[in-house]
Design a binder for this molecule. Sequence first.
Ligand code: F6R
Length: 614
Amino acid sequence: MCGIVGYTGGKSVVDILIDGLRQLEYRGYDSSGVAVKCGEDIKVYKAEGKLENLCKVLSPYKDELKTATCGIGHIRWATHGAPTVLNAHPHTCTCGRLALVHNGIIENYKEIREKLEKEGCTFRSQTDTEVAAHLVAKKYAQTKDLTEAVRLATKELEGAYALCVMHNDYKNTIVATKRNAPLLVGVGDGEFFAASDVPAIIKYTNRAMYLNDNEIVTLTPEKMVLINSDGKEIPQKIETLPWEPVALSKRGYKHFMLKEIHEQPDVIRNILVGKLHAPDEPIVLNEVKLNKDTLKNLNRIQIIACGTSLHAAMVGKYLIENFCGIAVDVEASSEYIYRKTVTDSHTLVIGVSQSGETADTLTAIRQAKEKGSHALIITNRPDSAMARLADSLIPVNAGIEVSVAATKSYTAQLMAFYLLALYMAEVKNSVDKSTLTSLKSELMLLPQKVERILAHTENIQKCARAYASTKDFIYIARGINFPTALEGALKLKEISYINATGYPAGELKHGPIAMLDETMPVLSILMRGCVYEKLLSNSEEAKARNARMIALTNSDDEKLDDLFDYIIRVPEVQELFSPVIAMVPLQLLAYYIAEFLGKDVDQPRNLAKSVTVE
Ligand code: F6R
């Protein structure tokens, strides 16, 4: 959450900062701002809301700022203080000679602020960040050395931060540092970049250095100097990023979300490449280091994730328990990290994260590793902090996901769990060969089935129009599709702001059924298999309370026509693989409802794609 960029070199800095911030908009869009070195001064420009507002603010100064070649920028997801111009970054010290941008949360900001106010600092915002600007300025007044000032100031900060700092006394220098928040330096020819994430710099360079916690880098166009927290110069580890400059285009789709939903057949094919050649061949997971002995040594698995990734994890539990007979717990990372967990060297911990940056999941994985667990990471970002913690890794290769609401990365995570569960079953010998072969054949058929759904969306669009005016929505399912109900509801509430909830259908009569009447839509995810008849009965119970019934089903059972007001049909699929097939229409339903309501589909209010604060 929040994105920062910095640049020093020979090019016009404003364009580079705006371009970088645009690539980081997925990290927040509450406000944005830049600080640029203009002659002797640092000039700061800020705007509330989306980046285009900042562009408007900058527009009258275009010519004046053209020659500026050093600056820092920020895109905000508000944590402390409302999303106003006053709280937007960059923040400056009392005299305005130092500017700073920050991603993270400074936890001890209240104590520091009180102390600095007593010493005469004038605070202008309600943010935690402003204390860092004043603190670095104070240390600078004592040392007259910006790098040393940053080093001394960060020793007093608690919490998470990535910081970029500039000062009037320095013509073209940026000092950057981080702790528990991402930051990398892009290395160009006579220029350096600092950024929260690769997309902000990849257009300019693919050579980069990821900063480790507490390292401090000083950038000028000529060189960078890296020091550790003791102030000692340390070697630089510049690497070539495995990224191509990507044109983030909607390719003709109205929104990135719709484009990403339509990419799912290819996403499924991509993750299978090199891992599943043929149904009768074993699954190859090169970066998974779990052999027969390690698996024998395990007495439990904990899968840890947040949001959509947590729902993929719940499907993962079902699959691993079903195929491998190992007990699996699924935990929301934010709950896992503040209790005594029974985790040890006999526990396999699986972290699931699209971004590989989610603060709670990162902390949970670190805690589990400290207790001796093997950490297997499933992520869309093999270059992320989480991937760097991995003992075993499954990159899901879904490609960049721009839309804040996750779609294709969810499907890719499900695929990773199919591959992992079947792989473990092969290693453990827990499923017979012919069953494994038939399961793998079915897995390979999924792309075509998803393509068939995507080729005929008219019925889903019609359903979306029919239910768009509802205030509430209930999704029910059982077994392996209970997570599908949760994820379907999450998609709808995220982008349309309709109050949607997923329930295990058997739980309806234990409370939620009280909410049902003729105004409440109930969507039943009715996939043929072991819980089909049970769910049908639960749907009857809802119908008897006059709910507006919708079925998402792969059944052609005629009795459904009487029971349901609306039926969305999907291709035939084995129950175990139905979460992939069932989710696609639910993503589309949420999309079309939000689109029909005129919502900001790709950037829904209050959300950010990377949640880098606890
Ligand atoms: C929902 C969504 C979020 C994320 C969650 C975890 O559409 O995208 O719920 O799934 O913030 O993020 P990652 O997967 O990056 O750890």
